[in-house]
Design a protein around this ligand. Structure first.
Ligand SMILES: Nc1nc2c(c(=O)[nH]1)N[C@H]1C(S)=C(S)[C@@H](COP(=O)(O)OP(=O)(O)OC[C@H]3O[C@@H](n4cnc5c(=O)[nH]c(N)nc54)[C@H](O)[C@@H]3O)O[C@H]1N2
Ligand SMILES: Nc1nc2c(c(=O)[nH]1)N[C@H]1C(S)=C(S)[C@@H](COP(=O)(O)OP(=O)(O)OC[C@H]3O[C@@H](n4cnc5c(=O)[nH]c(N)nc54)[C@H](O)[C@@H]3O)O[C@H]1N2
Ligand SMILES: [Mo]
Length: 766
């Protein structure tokens, strides 16, 4: 392990060198480089990385280092087939690292795991579908099966999947979004009547101020850095609130601008940077509102107004109870919880007030806390006070994670479907879908744990490594009669099978998808509600892989037969799936034609038009008290040791549970993933030193022990009392029952832990 602070800008030569390294490692060199040139361009594929959008008709080619990793990781020429499984038992594979499992290459043929052998073995597609049908038919109720979706699934795959599951009879749709932006969807629906962001990418060019909360774009949305650098260059204020000092939020050298690169120059991505305590953002926003409210009261004395009175009167309700809540919040509490001073928050309030157009963006640093919904309501309240929703250059921007997680929701992957969606399915397909709400991720895993759910089917993803409480989830999966994974690469979930298990190998975004009518396109929706086509280009040998729509249709046909939906007819030509999406989901009129437009089409957003789909047709000021403490008293009393609040986050060299390598370049951390970042002062107070080995134990009021061993301490610029470690290595610490109010999202950014000297330090590290 080594820790050497990184001196460069984000992007720049470091990014180019790293990209080249990943291209070479995937053993597909020339073809891969050609592929990269087509990423996110018309007639190419949508980047399987993040959900950041592209401007206009995408005439200018842009790629980022981490998009390059995603493309090349998928485009691997190596294959995992039945011979591979014959050579390696599941017990042996389960001991290998996440990196090892995925690095073996693309899953190449369907395989089955069954009693009597610890090896996966080849199975035909038909037999695999029959096995699924047999198990699903055996259940007493369709609600004893769980149908998980990860956010890479295309609109077409997601639409077929939800249709299949609803026809089968369940709304059990746990999906990665439950662990991700669920709080954003819930809070925005309640506040402004639509669960999506209200801005477009063009708005970023008009904003006078952009506030970024709890997001690390340098790693997770690198194309956003260019947007931010442009904004600061034209004089907009970009204000970051991040628990850590992230390099991408400081400066950026554009690898696509040779002059910037040659001069060693770099553009700042932010103008102001604040480092609140974990979970302290709601208090910070409350403080800013409190300052602005004082100023508003002062202004009223002179017959003036600070807030946008006309907007508030015409468009909102709930202001007075919210303002009472603000007045009742004390400054010492705000400062203590946010970790920021009143003077700092006054400077923030100045920027906010002086800006005509304001965008507020956020990601996991906001959504993975107990009070995430309350925090997003608070952010929305601030925007409503100033009429900063529904005008150009202003609005709310939850920056989505997976490249099509937003589209999957639009297609109906939702355990709580709207009455409109169900009515529409009934009308178009002539069957009555179930109305009862289904399970989200936490509920699905609890049901598998207590044995009430017996079948788990995953359309992509890696539930075992992505979910909290890893030991419990191992048990939950092992309890199942059947686990099924539709996947591109081998992962931890696959090597922790149920009694029976299937791995069904699918094509990825980058692959040519050849069907009877020719090569197929699929569609995706980005963070800005832009829907566009994606067509794969990599034409390696497919072995026995199938496309996601073909797998879902085959499964549905085996389980349900060909009526009232003729599943197999969809496979020949995905235009047919899109025709049925058009008939079922609003906003997709003339879907197949509009797809031809360069850059795709905009789905629209009601709040952007100042139409509020709430019960009263007004935007809502929603007031919550600040949490009493980010660590509740009931947890504090569980230990006499010093308690730290731990966030679990991504390194620069991973895509969620996919580990590309061991370099977290911008944080200067190399060759080790079991690390714990603490403030140097806290390390000294513990009587330890930088580089020491520690064990970490989570506190939660139940009998389960949650402990990870032998993590390396790194002295880091992080607020006192806070800690950080990587996801998924730290997931065994996150209690399944520790979840967000209203959202049920695991609190991956606030876990109460104690840190002790390592009981058995390892002799070597990587
Ligand atoms: N290369 C790459 N791209 C990705 C992903 C990936 O793993 N790799 N994952 C994709 C997915 S699914 C998602 S959801 C997104 C995730 O994108 P991010 O949300 O950027 O991901 P995290 O690594 O979880 O980073 C959280 C950031 O918030 C900060 N933070 C944590 N807690 C707090 C807090 O309480 N307050 C404040 N103010 N800051 C806080 C952390 O310091 C960190 O910078 O990225 C997507 N894009
Ligand atoms: N502690 C902690 N836990 C977290 C988080 C955190 O910040 N901290 N973040 C959460 C978030 S934001 C998210 S979104 C979830 C992510 O949870 P998931 O979406 O379940 O996990 P991924 O790692 O994205 O899934 C990777 C696997 O997807 C498969 N795959 C890749 N591409 C494709 C494809 O095109 N089709 C199919 N069918 N399969 C494919 C591959 O087999 C690969 O191994 O994790 C959550 N878990
Ligand atoms: Mo995510």
């Amino acid at each position: 392990m080594s820790h050497k602070p990184y001196k460069g800008a984000a992007g720049g030569w470091g990014a180019l060198a790293s990209t080249a390294k990943h291209i070479v490692k995937s053993e597909n060199v020339a073809k891969n480089i050609r592929n990269l040139l087509k990423t996110n361009q018309d007639h190419g594929f949508d980047c399987p990385g993040c959900a950041w959008g592209e401007k206009g008709n995408k005439a200018t080619f842009r790629f980022c280092e981490n998009g390059a990793k995603a493309v090349n990781w998928e485009a691997s020429a190596k294959r995992v087939d039945s011979q591979f499984f014959a050579a390696h038992s599941v017990a042996w594979l389960a001991k290998q690292s996440d990196y090892y499992l995925e690095f073996q290459g693309r899953l190449a043929e369907p395989v089955v795991y069954q009693p009597g052998s610890d090896h996966y073995q080849a199975i035909s597609w038909d037999e695999a579908f029959q096995l699924i049908a047999k198990h699903l038919h055996q259940l007493e109720s369709p609600d004893q099966a769980e149908f998980y979706t990860s956010g890479r699934a295309s609109n077409e795959a997601a639409f077929l999947y939800q249709l299949f599951v609803r026809r089968y009879g369940s709304n059990n749709f746990p999906d990665c979004s439950n662990m991700c932006h669920e709080a954003s969807g819930h809070a925005l629906n309640a506040s402004i009547g639509v669960g999506k962001g209200t801005v477009t990418i063009e708005d970023f060019e008009l904003a006078d101020a952009i506030f970024l909360f709890g997001q690390n774009p340098g790693t997770n949305h690198p194309r956003m850095l260019e947007t931010l650098a442009h904004a600061t260059q034209r004089g907009a204020k970009v204000v970051a609130f991040n628990n850590l000092r992230e390099r991408g939020l400081e400066r950026f050298a554009n690898p696509q601008k040779p002059r910037e690169m040659l001069s060693g120059g770099a553009s700042p991505t932010t103008s102001h940077y604040y480092t609140p305590k974990l979970g302290g953002d709601m208090a910070a926003v409350r403080g800013v509102v409190k300052i602005l409210l004082d100023r508003h009261h002062q202004a009223l004395l002179h017959g003036e107004s600070v807030f946008d009175q006309a907007f508030i009167e015409q468009h909102t309700e709930g202001l007075s109870s919210y303002l009472i809540e603000v007045e009742q919040t004390h400054w010492d509490f705000i400062e203590q919880q946010s970790g920021l001073t009143k003077v700092q928050l006054e400077a923030v309030a100045d920027i906010y007030q002086q800006s005509e157009r304001v965008i507020i963006a956020w990601a996991m640093g906001i959504t993975q806390h107990k009070h995430s919904v309350a925090t997003i309501n608070e952010i929305t309240n601030l925007q409503l006070l100033f009429g900063q929703i529904g005008k150009e250059g202003a609005g709310l921007c939850p920056v989505r994670g997976h490249s099509n997680v937003q589209g999957d929701r639009t297609m109906g992957i939702n355990e709580k479907p709207s009455a409109e969606l169900l009515a529409s399915i009934e009308q178009v397909f002539g069957f009555t879908p179930p109305r009862k709400h289904g399970h989200n991720v936490v509920q699905a895993l609890e049901a598998m744990l207590n044995g009430s759910s017996k079948v788990f089917i995953g359309l992509g993803g890696n539930i075992l490594a992505a979910a909290p409480d890893t030991q419990l989830i191992e048990q939950a999966l092992a309890n199942c009669e059947l686990t099924v994974s539709i996947a591109t690469k081998l992962n931890r979930t696959h090597v922790n099978p149920g009694k029976y298990s299937l791995i069904l190998p699918c094509l990825g975004r980058t692959d040519v998808d050849m069907q009877a009518s020719g090569p197929q396109k699929v569609t995706v929706e980005d963070s800005f509600s832009m829907v566009h086509a994606s067509q794969g280009l990599v034409d390696e040998s497919r072995h026995n892989m199938r496309s996601e729509p073909a797998i879902i249709a085959g499964m549905a046909n085996a389980v349900l037969g060909a009526s009232p939906v003729d599943w197999l007819a969809y496979i020949d030509n995905y235009d047919r799936i899109r025709d049925d999406i058009e008939r079922t989901i609003p906003g997709f009129e003339h879907f197949n034609q509009r797809l031809q437009q360069p850059g795709g089409f905009y789905l629209g957003n009601s709040a952007r038009k100042r139409l509020w789909n709430t019960a009263s047709a007004k935007a809502q000021f929603i007031s919550h008290a600040l949490p009493e403490d980010v660590v509740p008293a009931s947890i504090r009393e569980l230990s006499d040791n010093r308690i730290f609040i731990l966030q679990t986050l991504r390194s620069h060299d991973q895509y969620n549970t996919t580990i590309y390598g061991f370099e977290d370049r911008y944080r200067g951390i190399y060759n080790e993933r079991k690390i714990l970042l603490l403030n140097a002062q806290d390390i000294a107070d513990l009587g330890m030193k930088d580089g020491d080995w520690v064990d970490i134990e989570a506190l939660w009021p139940d009998q389960q022990q949650r402990k990870v061993l032998a993590f390396r301490l790194i002295a880091y610029d992080i607020p006192l009392g806070n800690a950080a470690a990587y996801f998924p290595e730290a997931n065994p610490l996150v209690p399944l029952a520790s979840k967000g109010d209203f959202s049920d999202t695991p609190t991956s950014k606030s876990v109460a832990v104690v840190v002790t000297p390592c009981s058995a330090p390892p002799i070597i590290s990587h």
